[in-house]
Write a protein that binds this ligand. Structure first.
Ligand SMILES: [Zn+2]
Length: 431
């Protein structure tokens, strides 16, 4: 009940006046329970999570009352999607997922009697003809969440993560302003609800940003059998990957100050906000430079054509570095506490990439790397090109820092820049 309340509040509160003051009315809580129970009943019928269906819906349609009334915010109650955080106040769009067209399709495929078919094998031609409907209608597809396909993600809505998250952020900013009045309706209670809901706001921000992150080095997957035209895996186009990195630069690496509201923070903790921001940004940065993502980018770069250019490792390293060190380009250089942390995190991460800590040997019969479980494929190592590019980028960065030192007025910024240069030198020339 608490989880449902929190999800509903952080995702769609600006669209529903019943959320002005908590608790939510029983009539609404009942409707939210109905949503969860319908989903769980789907599991009892044998349906796994769908993950994909939401990506068949154009983001603009999520703001349409007629579209969402007919299909819900995703074509499957089994999608790991939630309330319609894309819809804006005044849209009048439906907010709660509903049993929809994929679910009927799955029931039909799994449970319909096929007349004249005496064995499961004899049902196969009919079932395959049903499955072929998925070619023409993406609402009927499903996927696996593997962190690679941006179309198959949890918590995601719509066909374009950047656009969906843009609308989601507009709502999250409104939710921040609603937090205190909504959670302090009962004057005999403490600020526990405010604290819990604030964490949920950041959690929702993290989910929506992660949906954007998956675009980088992403690969769309469309399951096909040999009788069907076309290939299965298609890299996310270069322009869409570049757009995703710019979006993360503007909304993660530029300090997300909308959730640094002192009115809220000073009611829930004595300190800690700088550390919160640092942790979130560092996690995104690490994830962006994850070795398996870098090796997908290397693959995409190697197989790119003039007609389908790739977003490369060089693009990623350069775009991220420029975003994180944008202060250096200005006429006067001053770096605030949040950005100093982020810049240090970037240099430290690059150090880990170039000088990885020694692998701690695990005990086991299979040698120094330890026993490998059957069926386990170790993740790919960082591609060699990444090493070279990171090294080149750090040299460029050091030159830019050297110039910035002349433009840095305050003592803290100067000390910070000198510290970064010291770290870069140690990274490029380890003992
Ligand atoms: Zn489930």
């Amino acid at each position: 009940m608490n989880l449902l309340r929190d999800w509903y509040f952080v995702q769609v509160a600006p669209d529903d006046p019943r959320t002005m003051v908590l608790p939510l009315p029983d009539s609404l809580m009942g409707r939210l329970l109905e949503y969860v129970v319908a989903h769980e009943i789907g599991h009892t019928l044998g349906f796994p999570h769908n993950f994909y269906a939401s990506s068949s819906v154009p983001v603009d349609s999520l703001r349409s009352p007629s579209f969402t009334a007919r299909w819900g915010d995703t074509p499957s109650i089994m999608d790991y999607a939630r309330f319609n955080y894309v819809a804006q106040p005044g849209d009048g769009a439906a907010l709660i997922p509903t049993i929809s067209v994929y679910d009927s399709f799955a029931v039909n495929w799994g449970y319909r009697r096929v007349p004249g078919a005496a064995t499961p094998e004899a049902e196969r031609p009919y079932l395959d003809s049903l499955a072929r409907l998925q070619d023409a209608n993406p609402m009927l597809r499903f996927g696996d969440m593997d962190g690679i396909d941006p179309n198959s993600q949890r918590e995601a809505l719509g066909d374009d993560p950047v656009r969906a998250t843009t609308f989601g952020l507009m709502n999250l900013k409104r939710v921040m302003r609603m937090l205190i009045p909504a959670t302090t309706g009962n004057k005999l209670e403490d600020y526990s609800d405010l604290s819990e809901m604030y964490d949920r706001v950041i959690g929702q921000w993290r989910f929506e940003m992660s949906d954007v992150l998956t675009m980088v080095g992403g690969v769309f997957r469309h399951e096909r059998y040999p009788t069907q035209e076309g290939v299965i895996h298609t890299p996310v186009p270069r322009a869409k990957q570049a757009e995703a990195v710019q979006f993360l630069a503007a909304n993660v690496f530029k300090t997300p100050d909308f959730f640094l509201d002192p009115e809220v923070l000073r009611r829930i903790e004595p300190s800690g906000i700088v550390e919160r921001v640092r942790t979130e940004q560092t996690n995104f940065l690490r994830n962006l430079f994850d070795d398996s993502r870098l090796s997908r980018l290397a693959d995409q770069g190697a197989t790119a054509t003039a007609a389908a250019p790739a977003y490369t490792i060089a693009d990623l390293v350069g775009d991220t570095r420029r975003a994180i060190f944008s202060e250096l380009a200005g006429p006067h250089v001053a770096v605030d506490a949040y950005r100093r942390n982020l810049q240090r995190a970037f240099v430290d991460l690059m150090d880990t990439k170039l000088n990885p800590p020694p692998v701690i040997a695990r005990t086991g019969p299979a040698g120094p790397a330890g026993p490998v479980p059957p069926g386990f494929r170790p993740p790919p190592p960082m591609p060699g090109d990444a090493r070279a590019l990171i090294r080149a980028e750090l040299k460029d960065l050091d030159a830019a820092l050297k110039l910035a030192l002349l433009k840095a007025g305050d003592r803290v910024s100067r000390a910070h820049i000198e510290d970064l240069r010291f770290r870069i030198d140690r990274t490029l020339n380890p003992k």
